[in-house]
Design a protein around this ligand. Structure first.
Ligand code: GTP
Ligand code: MG
Length: 149
């Protein structure tokens, strides 16, 4: 099945939102395949957000994202790349719907608590970047209750 890279940003960790964010992915029916708490280096984070390096907010983004530990995760499920971003909500909290993680839990685009891959291709790239050691292979007992086939 499809995989995505989800990351709880330093503000999410500092604000004690780790359990809340993980619970939303679990309740949806997605399966966790990897998770670790890491304090990323500047180089590692610059590579993760390499597409944004020309943006004026890039230096602030890297400073924010390396200011404390993040929770790096891989989640699995049909349509999980797009579906994961639905759970996260719009990038700007002022535009993210109530009921979404960002809509419910944050106010500022520069402190928007979570990251989710934006396409299947970038998801696979990000998973390789954050989990070069690989991820867990396991079968969830809920699978036949989450999927018709
Ligand atoms: P990610 O899941 O974090 O990749 O967010 P996204 O895919 O919804 O948005 P994008 O990749 O365009 O931006 C990455 C991150 O940069 C955002 O989540 C914000 O934390 C930050 N960012 C984006 N736009 C702005 C902005 O206009 N100002 C500031 N300060 N930060 C921004
Ligand atoms: Mg993005």
């Amino acid at each position: 099945r499809e995989r995505t890279y989800i990351m709880i940003k330093p503000d999410g960790v500092q604000r004690g939102l780790v359990g809340e964010i993980i619970a939303r992915f679990e309740r949806k029916g997605y399966k966790m395949a990897a998770m670790k708490l890491v304090k990323p280096s500047t180089e590692h984070m610059e590579e993760h957000y390499a597409d944004l390096k020309d943006k004026k907010f890039f230096p602030g983004l890297i400073k924010y994202m390396t200011s404390g530990p993040v929770v790096a995760m891989v989640w699995v499920g049909d349509g999980v790349v797009a579906g994961g971003r639905v759970l996260l909500g719009a990038t700007k909290p002022s535009e993210s719907a109530p009921g979404t993680i960002r809509g419910d839990l944050c106010i500022d685009v520069g402190r928007n608590v979570c990251h989710g891959s934006d396409a299947v291709e970038s998801a696979e790239k990000e998973i390789a970047h954050w989990f070069p050691e690989g991820v867990a292979e396991w079968t969830s007992h809920s699978e036949s209750w989450v999927y018709e086939a």
